[in-house]
Design a protein. Structure first.
Length: 77
C-alpha cells in the first residue's frame, strides 16, 4: 500500500542548481546529452523558480554569482 497523494494546482517555487562536469572525458556524445538535459530542465522551469549553473573541471565556474530568476528572454539567443 502507498499513502494517498493529494494533487494541488498550487505551483511551489524551486531553487535549482545544475552541475555539469567539463572534463575532457565529457567530449562528444556525453556532453551533447548533458547539454540537452540542461536545456530541457531550463526550458521547463516556472517563472517563480530560480537557477544557477556550475561547471567544474580543474576548477569551478558559476554562470552567475547567485541564483537567477528563470525568466525566458524575449527573442531567444
Amino acid at each position: 500500500m502507498a499513502p494517498g497523494i493529494q494533487q494541488s494546482d498550487q505551483v511551489v517555487a524551486k531553487d535549482v542548481v545544475l552541475v555539469l562536469e567539463s572534463f575532457w572525458s565529457m567530449d562528444g556524445e556525453k556532453y551533447q546529452q548533458a547539454q540537452q538535459a540542461l536545456e530541457y530542465i531550463l526550458d521547463n522551469l516556472n517563472p517563480e523558480d530560480r537557477f544557477n549553473l556550475v561547471t567544474f573541471s580543474t576548477g569551478v565556474e558559476a554562470f552567475a554569482p547567485g541564483l537567477r530568476p528563470a525568466i525566458k528572454q524575449q527573442g531567444g539567443a
